[in-house]
Ligand binder design. Structure first.
Ligand code: GLN
Length: 537
């Protein structure tokens, strides 16, 4: 058995309290003390992965290097820790059951009745320990999705109870994230919901070791004492997590509250140095003291729900800090624009980003936005579907290919400038069948992107089915739209740009998945810079 320590994060009272941010912040503090840390998310829903979920349901689908379609919390983990995650970092009930059922079909249970306990719980325990047993980590933080008391969370809670018992108190602990609401009529913070959720956890045999209390107001000493006494935790293990103006403040707030100290004490990991957060704090200083600002239009169709574009928004924060600029992102619903209204909607902006997406809804508005950016020298950044829209716009309006389109939107188009690869045409399953994960890309000498990355070869993450159709490449290049990034194995065009425009770049991949606090993505950094230059012209 490895010496890895395990931390479980459960949630009570309400969803959306920010377990992912608390887990990532604690991980950051432990990493800043020299520990090798990773974070895992267990999601109690039945989908095998979130890849088939509409962004309105569950926010953005985050993609890892190994091509796993995962929960957006993994994006926070990577952005905070600057360490890549993988399929092993996100497990759903669907995946657990799929694996147990496959084992049953192979006869691996030797005639036994297959049951939630022990078979499902054993599978969960195995999935938790895979990361620890890899030898790559000193500490594994496992976040249990959902709220304690949910029917679907029960097998996870039971798996945690068993593991905690097996590993012993020095090697495993439970942090319970809860809400301490403020009742304005009474003028008071209320501890009762927390008491009840701790009790619910106890009914499943788990005692919370640490309470992290989300609150809008400071918890005074009396309240902390009361929570400690009624919830069976030490006073120093009552941690306040007050609303923050940015998620990037949370590690420092947890440091001030001593979350890392009490965690290490309970895991018997004493004597480690104080966390070194100098790089993190330099980023925060730049983020909070911008010397100017830029206004970027984010053109998409899921703009009602900010979580749909989580990684893009965070990438702008990293790139803004790098440029010492505040990036104001204005959401523009692509269904609400057309060729008549576009000028009014985007002319005050310093740059536009056309977002990724699926399906026909809102694409014509995106094409109008690309045209405006191209014709008015407005910095343009197209990501995935956004890049495809740029190719369609150029084909229609510069090459004069009437009704040019992607076969995703119009299977009968006379000019399928964006089309499926032959291998994709026979696939009928939706889950996990896109071009996914990290692919190599070679950059053309002298291109914008080669200068931006300052590299000849990059690796970026993909999540799409349709591709730039090479049959139109000669025409497009001759007319001025350069193809400047290629996958070396397949020859697929991954990047287009317009050398005649101040900054017009479209990428088939998703750079936003790789931007972190420590490594802001160079394309976002360059785009924000170009937008700033445009604004001061
Ligand atoms: N719908 C497009 C495709 O499947 C683009 C996908 C995306 O933007 N992620 O190719």
């Amino acid at each position: 058995m490895s010496n890895t320590k395990y931390i479980f994060v459960t949630g009570g009272v309400s969803s959306s309290l920010g377990k992912g941010i608390i887990a990532a912040s604690l991980a950051k503090l432990l990493q800043a003390r020299g520990y090798r840390v990773t974070i895992q998310k267990l999601d109690p829903y039945i989908n095998v992965d979130p890849g088939t979920l509409n962004p309105y349901e569950h926010g953005e689908c985050y993609v890892t290097d190994d091509g796993a379609e995962t929960d957006l919390d993994l994006g926070h983990y990577e952005r905070f820790l600057n360490v890549p995650t993988s399929q092993a970092n996100n497990v759903t009930t669907g995946r657990i059951y799929q694996s147990v059922i496959e084992k049953e079909r192979r006869g691996e249970f030797l005639g036994k009745t297959v049951q939630v306990i022990p078979h499902i719980t054993n599978e969960i325990k195995e999935r938790i320990q895979i990361l620890g047993n890899s030898g790559d980590y000193d500490i594994v933080i496992t976040e249990i999705g959902g709220t304690v008391g949910d029917i679907e969370s029960l097998p996870y809670i039971e798996a945690v109870r068993q593991l905690k018992w097996e590993l012993g108190d020095d090697n495993a602990l439970v942090i319970h994230l809860t809400l301490v609401p403020f009742l304005s009529a009474a003028g008071e913070l209320k501890t009762k919901p927390t008491q009840h959720s701790v009790k619910t956890l106890m009914e499943s045999g788990i005692r919370a070791d640490i309470l992290v209390c989300r609150t809008e107001h400071h918890l005074n000493q009396d309240l902390r004492k009361k929570l400690a006494l009624f919830c069976n935790v030490q006073e120093e293990a009552v941690i306040q997590s007050i609303d923050a103006s940015t998620i990037y403040d949370v590690p420092n707030m947890m440091l001030e509250e001593g979350l890392d100290d009490v965690t290490l004490k309970k895991l018997n990991l004493q004597g480690s140095p104080e966390p070194n957060l100098s790089q993190w704090n330099e980023f925060l200083t730049r983020h909070k003291n911008p010397k100017g600002h830029v206004k970027i239009g984010l053109i998409g169709k899921y703009v009602e729900l900010q979580d749909s574009y989580k990684s893009i928004l965070e990438s702008f924060i990293h790139a803004g800090a790098e440029n010492e600029l505040k990036v104001d992102v204005e959401y523009i619903h692509s269904e609400h624009i057309d060729s008549n209204t576009i000028r009014n909607v985007v002319s005050h902006l310093d740059g536009i980003l056309v977002a990724p997406g699926f399906g026909e809804r809102g694409v014509e508005g995106k094409i109008d936005a690309v045209r405006y950016a191209r014709e008015n020298n407005l910095p343009f950044f197209g990501i995935c579907l956004g890049m495809q829209m740029a190719v369609i716009e150029y084909s229609r309006n510069v090459l004069g290919l009437k009704n040019a389109n992607s076969t995703e939107m119009d299977p009968e188009t006379p000019h399928p400038v964006i089309d499926l690869m032959e291998e994709q045409k026979t696939i009928t399953h939706k889950g996990g069948t896109m071009r996914l994960g990290s692919w190599d890309c070679e950059l053309k000498e002298g291109s914008i992107v080669q200068q931006v990355y300052n590299l000849n070869k990059i690796e970026e993450r993909h999540r799409h089915r349709y591709e730039y159709n090479d049959q139109y490449r000669e025409q497009l290049e001759t007319a001025g739209m350069a193809a400047t990034g290629f996958n070396p194995e397949t020859g697929l065009v991954e990047i287009i740009e317009l050398p005649s425009h101040p900054w017009f770049v479209g990428v088939q991949y998703h750079p936003e998945y790789k931007s972190t606090v420590a490594n802001p993505h160079p394309l976002f950094v360059a785009f924000v810079k170009a937008a700033y230059e445009h604004s001061v012209q």
